[in-house]
Write a protein that binds this ligand. Structure first.
Ligand code: PLP
Length: 402
């Protein structure tokens, strides 16, 4: 038998379904079809000019060499100050590491902590990358369906039932991609009670959407609700979403010094430090003028409100208001079992998504990719005009079903 070039653990993971959906939409566009893509998960704004200026100044000043693996002292100080100012959390520089995006922080945290077969509890719907990252380092994702009726959130009894002796991590993303659901302080306290009874379970908090929320409140933090968890919590965040800096690739992890040190060793032997210029830009993002955060949040809210109304006016579709992030997780259960004009029955959310793409050129991502069906995720990180066009087309496609 010829041996595959590719290792077994890598053959088990799949490419990101949202990237695949975006590629499919782009291919159709290249063929000349009119496509409204509501797929991408990145802000459609330019990085604010004072941040770009900081990058240019860094280049001019010669900040073009290797930096410390954990990140420049300047950036780690900015992260520590941000965590203290915005989240009331105190971290020393030895407890913070800068990574190439939050994605790399999550992956490397798993890579340095999971033994083969160790379990990671992932509430579903989840960001598509989580289970595959766990699988890639030979861990076992344990996905727990969190239905719409529960606000797409994990309950304490679900958590208690999911914990085994093999559980290593609980992963929480609040506000969530794809649902926008966010835990309240009281919900965190209730989950915290379960966690305190199981000291072997660590918690990874993906806070990447903390600033994109629409109720005028600060996103509560598990560590403020349950400070006793501090030595078991790894905080993941970054500048990609808050400051429209997805291409700069700066994320970070803050948590127990031994995990941070192990990530440092791992990264120093693989990717090396993050881009020096991006680090200077990220420090400016965190230390500098924050008005972009407020302004962009207002735009996201306006879009969320508009799209929510348009979608909920379409018979067969419904969506509960997301607290944050820039997605709508649309329930398309009312379309399942219906028939398209070309006599095809829609059996699942994958069929619904293909029908929307083929019939009216709207690209969205099927709920199956996020672990909870029948839904599709629609991104509002695009202009109101495009969103309106997309919703009109969806309404037209739904009206043509029998
Ligand atoms: C929930 C969540 N976490 C992390 C990331 C990755 O962010 P970064 O660009 O910092 O790697 C994303 C990006 O889509 C995300 O949606």
């Amino acid at each position: 038998m010829v041996r595959s070039h590719i290792a077994e653990r890598v053959r088990r993971i799949k490419p990101s379904p949202s990237t695949a959906a975006a590629d499919r939409a782009n291919n159709l566009r290249r063929e000349g079809k009119s496509i409204v893509s509501l797929v991408v998960g990145e802000p459609d704004f330019d990085t604010p000019s004072h941040i770009r200026a900081a990058a240019m100044a860094a280049m001019e000043k010669g900040a073009t060499r290797y930096t410390l693996m954990a990140g420049t002292v300047e950036l780690r100080k900015a992260i520590a100050a941000k965590l203290a100012r915005e989240n009331r959390l105190q971290y020393g520089l030895n407890e913070i590491i800068v990574t190439s995006g939050a994605k790399s922080a999550i992956y490397n945290a798993f890579a340095v902590t999971l033994e083969p077969g160790d379990e990671v509890i992932i509430p579903a719907p989840y960001w598509v990358s989580y289970p595959d990252m766990v699988i890639a380092v030979e861990g076992k994702p344990v996905t727990i369906p969190c239905p719409e009726e529960a606000g797409f959130k994990l309950t304490p009894s679900q958590l208690a039932a999911a914990i085994t002796r093999q559980t290593r991590w609980l992963l929480i993303n609040s506000p969530s991609n794809p649902t926008g659901a966010a835990y309240t302080e009281a919900e965190y306290r209730a989950l915290g009670e379960v966690l305190l009874a199981h000291p072997h379970v660590m918690v990874m908090l993906d806070d990447i959407y903390e600033h994109i929320r629409f109720d005028g409140k600060m996103t509560p933090h598990l560590l403020n609700a349950v400070p006793a968890l501090r030595e078991r919590v790894l905080v993941i965040n970054g500048v990609s979403k808050t400051y429209a800096m997805t291409g700069w690739r700066i994320g970070y992890a803050a948590g127990p010094a031994d995990i941070v040190e192990a990530m440092n060793t791992m990264l120093s032997q693989s990717s090396g430090n993050c881009c020096s210029i991006s680090q200077a830009a990220a420090a400016e993002a965190l230390n500098g003028d924050q008005s972009f955060v407020t302004e962009s949040r207002a735009v996201y809210k306006q879009r969320r409100d508009a799209v929510l109304a348009w979608i909920n006016a379409i018979p067969g579709l419904s969506c509960i208001p997301p607290t944050g992030a820039f997605y709508l997780y649309v329930n398309c259960g009312g379309l399942i079992g219906r028939t398209t004009p070309s006599s095809e029955r829609l059996v699942d959310d994958g069929d619904v998504v293909m029908y929307l793409l083929d019939s009216v050129g709207v690209a969205v991502v099927a709920g199956a990719a996020y672990g909870l069906s029948p839904y599709f995720r629609l991104s509002t990180a695009t202009s109101l005009d495009i969103l309106e066009d997309g919703c009109r087309r969806i309404a037209k496609a739904v009206a043509a079903l029998t």
